[in-house]
Design a protein around this ligand. Structure first.
Ligand code: FES
Length: 138
């Protein structure tokens, strides 16, 4: 018997799901053009952006769609290449670092892995590659 990834993965990995709670096949996201930020339901149902890279793989870093100011969700602006929060105007670079406040902290990130046709999301607990420090959410 092999337990499903929901209950085993390292650090509590879960399958990326759609809004109805169905697992999303990796092929579905990878059919989108490079540069796509695809919104999925991640850890604890948190809306999370998955990024399709230029080489048509998924970026191993997913970005949680939860503004660090007061928690609004926000769209990706492909022209400015920023996440732009509609609530109070915070802007974040593609990697989730703050370009303009009032957001006080970079966006939370998660680990993304593709195994066969499944997308696994797990907590990011190691050093935050953007700050070189312990993540603020750990
Ligand atoms: Fe995003 Fe205030 S909640 S800027």
């Amino acid at each position: 018997f092999i337990a499903p990834p929901e209950t085993t993965g390292e650090g509590g990995a879960i399958l990326a799901k759609d809004i109805l709670g169905h697992p999303i096949p990796a092929a579905q996201i990878l059919a989108e053009p490079p540069g796509t930020r695809a919104l999925i339901a991640g850890l604890a149902g948190e809306p999370t952006y998955l990024i399709v890279k230029e080489d048509n793989t998924l970026d191993p870093i997913g970005i949680v769609n939860n503004c660090t100011h007061l928690g609004c969700t926000f769209p990706w602006n492909p022209i400015d290449e920023q996440f732009q929060c509609p609530c109070h105007g915070s802007r974040y670079a593609a990697d989730g670092t703050v370009v303009r406040g009032p957001a006080p902290l970079p966006l939370k990130i998660v680990q993304v892995a593709v195994i066969d046709n499944s997308i696994l999301i797990s907590p990011w607990t190691q050093t935050d590659p953007r700050t070189g420090e312990k993540p603020w959410w750990v």
